[in-house]
Design a protein around this ligand. Structure first.
Ligand SMILES: C[S@@+](CC[C@H](N)C(=O)[O-])C[C@H]1O[C@@H](n2cnc3c(N)ncnc32)[C@H](O)[C@@H]1O
Length: 197
């Protein structure tokens, strides 16, 4: 990520938008307090903290590829006094360090358009979710990345996708999309996919 994008991800502007995203996760994916929830590519941990605060699930596990982001998330959770409630780790979305069928629900916001082998990350998501588990996602399409604020944020072409490529990769990963897909302010590919039993 560029310096500007890192700054944006850590800004109050992003934290405000994430509140709406976590609300949408709770409304659309309907996680329950008994669930084990995964936050993939958690960045500075804003979403992980909100998931804990809003839902109090049995477990929140959160990971990011970038140790500096995980350090920021650690500080953020400690400041809020909830560091014992979120299991944080440095890990790669394409090789998740979790056993098969570990999670009931997963949340990811703006991560996979940074991952060149995003299809492998979706396969990993299909592996770590339980049958019937819900995957909530929010991503920008190839087209969206050429407009507005995104024009100032460089992205590698190989990690971008359009909505049909996204649908096809979810299906190959054993994840059934709940139609219709939706939109949020930053993202035009949003929704829930359920792991086939
Ligand atoms: C745009 S930020 C989004 C962060 C957070 N989800 C949010 O919504 O604010 C993208 C994040 O994906 C992380 N990331 C990129 N490639 C990754 C990978 N292969 N595995 C895990 N995280 C990755 C980056 O380090 C960064 O924190």
């Amino acid at each position: 990520m560029s310096f500007f994008e890192r700054w944006l991800v850590n800004s109050p502007f992003r934290a405000r938008l994430q509140r709406g995203e976590v609300d949408a996760f709770i409304r659309w994916a309907r996680p329950t307090a008994g669930d084990a929830v995964l936050d993939m590519g958690c960045g500075p941990g804003t979403g992980s903290a909100l998931i804990w605060e809003r839902l109090r699930p049995r477990l929140v596990a959160a990971f990011d590829f970038d140790p500096a982001m995980v350090a920021l998330a650690e500080r953020r959770l400690r400041r809020s006094g909830i560091d014992a409630n979120v299991r944080l780790l440095v890990a790669d979305a394409t090789h998740m360090p979790f056993a098969d069928s570990s999670f009931d629900a997963a949340f990811e916001s703006g991560v996979l358009h940074h991952v060149p082998d995003w299809q492998a990350a979706l396969r990993e998501m299909g592996r770590v979710l339980k049958g019937g588990g819900r995957f909530w996602f929010a991503e920008p399409s190839k087209g969206r990345l050429t407009r507005g604020l995104y024009r100032f944020l460089p992205h590698a072409v190989e990690s971008t996708f359009d909505v049909e490529e996204w649908r096809a990769a979810l299906s190959e990963a054993g994840l059934q999309v709940e139609e219709p897909l939706r939109r949020l302010p930053l993202w035009d590919i949003c929704g829930v996919a359920t792991k086939r039993a």
